[in-house]
Design a protein around this ligand. Structure first.
Ligand code: KG4
Ligand code: ZN
Length: 344
C-alpha cells in the first residue's frame, strides 16, 4: 500500500509519556499527551511503573485523540508506533497495541524510530527546514549531531560520549534537590541567575570532532556543591542557597555553549543554511536564544518545534510513519521493541 495513507494514528510510549496523535496528510488533528507523574518522588523514571502507567492510559488516550480529531477507528488508514530506542517494557506496550490495532483493522502498520520522530517534529510546523540540513537532537537519552542530506537519510557527525544533555540537566537538578525532570526547573531558575558567575568546563571545545561530553561538567557541579555543603540529601536541598540561580545559569550556559559551538561548526563544514534543534532540551529558553543569535549573525535559519513537540509526543511519530508509508513502507508483524536503536 502506498500513497493513500491519509489518516495516520501515531503512538508514543518509549519512556514516561503516553501519547496518541491523529494526523491527516501530515497535518496534526490531535496530539494527546499524558505525562506520568508517578516517577517524581524517585527523581527518575522507574521502568516497571512506566510500563504499568502506559497500559492504564493507552486506551483512554487513544479515545481522546480520536474524539478530538473527530474521526473513528474505521477512518484510520494506518497505524505508526514507536519501537525504539527507549525502555523495553514501555516500548512493548505501545508497539503491541499498535500492531494489534492495525492487524484487527487490516490496515498497514509502521514501526517508527523514536529519534527519527524527534527529527521530524520540526516538520509538524508550517515552516519546515529545507534539505540538506543539520539536526541537533538533544533529549534525556540522546545528544546527536546529524547531517540530513535528503528525507529519511541520516549521517551522524557527532554524539555524546557519556551523558546526554537532558540527563545532565536531570542529574544536576537531583544534586540540587530541585525536582524531576530537571531541565524545565533549571531553565526557570537560570533566568534570574548570572551565566558568567561560575566557570564550569566546556568539554572538547577545541577538538576537531563533533562529539560531546557532559560528565566532566556534571562532576564539576558536584564538587562545587560538595565543597560548599550544598549537595541535596534524600532529594531535598540542604539549604536554599542564595547562589542557586547563578549555579543553574552557569551550568546551563556551559551546556548551551557546547551544543551551539559544535552545531555552528557543522553548519560551516557542511555548508548548509538550515538547522533543526529537536528533543526535550530544545525547549530550553537559553538554548533557543543563543541559537537564534548565532544563526542571525551568519544568515542561517534555525527551526525549533513548538514546546508541545519538543518533548516526547505521538504527532512526531505519526509524521515519520506517514513519510515512510508514502514510500510504500510497512513493518512486519514480527517487529519487536529495540531498546538501543540508533538513527545513524
Ligand atoms: O525528548 P524527551 O521528552 O525524552 C527523551 O527522549 O529523553 O526529553 C526529556 C529531557 C529531560 O531530560 C528534560 O530534563 C529535558 O528533556 N528538558 C529540558 C527542558 N525541558 C525538558 N532541558 C532543558 N531545558 C528545558 N526547558
Ligand atoms: Zn524523546
Amino acid at each position: 500500500m502506498s500513497g493513500n495513507c491519509n489518516i495516520i494514528l501515531g503512538i508514543e510510549t518509549s519512556c514516561d509519556e503516553t501519547s496518541v496523535a491523529v494526523l491527516d496528510n501530515g497535518t496534526v488533528n490531535s496530539n494527546i499527551i499524558s505525562s506520568q507523574v508517578v516517577h517524581k518522588e524517585y527523581g527518575g523514571v522507574v521502568p516497571e511503573l512506566a510500563s504499568r502507567a502506559h497500559m492504564k492510559m493507552i486506551v483512554p488516550i487513544m479515545q481522546e485523540a480520536l474524539a478530538q480529531a473527530d474521526v473513528s477507528l474505521e477512518d484510520v488508514d494506518a497505524v505508526a508506533a514507536v519501537y525504539g530506542p527507549g525502555l523495553v517494557g514501555a516500548l512493548l506496550v505501545g508497539l503491541n497495541f499498535g500492531k494489534a490495532l492495525a492487524w484487527a483493522r487490516g490496515i498497514p502498520f509502521i514501526g517508527v524510530n523514536h529519534m527519527e520522530g524527534h527529527i521530524y517534529s520540526t516538520f509538524l510546523e508550517d515552516e519546515k527546514p529545507e534539505y540538506p540540513f543539520i539536526c541537533l537532537t538533544v533529549s534525556g537519552g540522546h545528544t546527536d549531531l546529524l547531517f540530513i542530506k535528503e528525507p529519511l537519510v541520516y549521517e551522524r557527525l557527532g554524539r555524546t560520549r557519556d551523558d546526554a544533555a537532558g540527563e545532565a540537566f536531570d542529574k544536576v537538578a537531583k544534586m540540587l534537590g530541585i525536582g524531576y525532570p530537571g531541565g524545565p526547573v533549571i531553565d526557570k531558575l537560570a533566568r534570574d541567575g548570572n551565566p558568567g558567575a561560575i566557570s564550569f568546563p566546556r568539554s572538547y571545545a577545541q577538538a576537531e570532532h563533533y562529539d560531546f561530553s557532559f560528565s566532566g561538567l556534571k562532576t564539576s557541579v558536584l564538587y562545587y556543591l560538595r565543597d560548599r555543603d550544598l549537595l541535596a540529601s534524600d532529594g531535598k536541598p540542604v539549604a536554599r542557597s542564595p547562589k542557586l540561580n547563578d549555579i543553574c545559569a552557569s551550568f546551563q550556559e556551559a551546556i548551551v555553549d557546547s551544543l551551539v559551538e559544535k552545531t555552528r561548526r557543522a553548519v560551516i563544514d557542511r555548508d548548509v543554511k538550515h538547522v533543526a534543534v529537536v528533543g526535550g532540551v530544545s525547549a530550553n529558553s537559553r538554548l533557543r536564544e543563543v541559537f537564534q543569535l548565532t544563526a542571525s549573525k551568519t544568515g542561517v535559519k534555525v527551526y525549533f518545534p513548538r514546546l508541545e513537540y519538543c518533548t516526547d509526543n505521538a504527532a512526531m511519530i505519526a509524521y515519520a510513519g506517514w513519510l515512510r508509508s508514502q514510500r510504500g513502507e510497512t513493518s512486519p508483524a514480527s517487529l519487536t521493541a529495540i531498546p538501543n536503536l540508533n538513527v545513524a
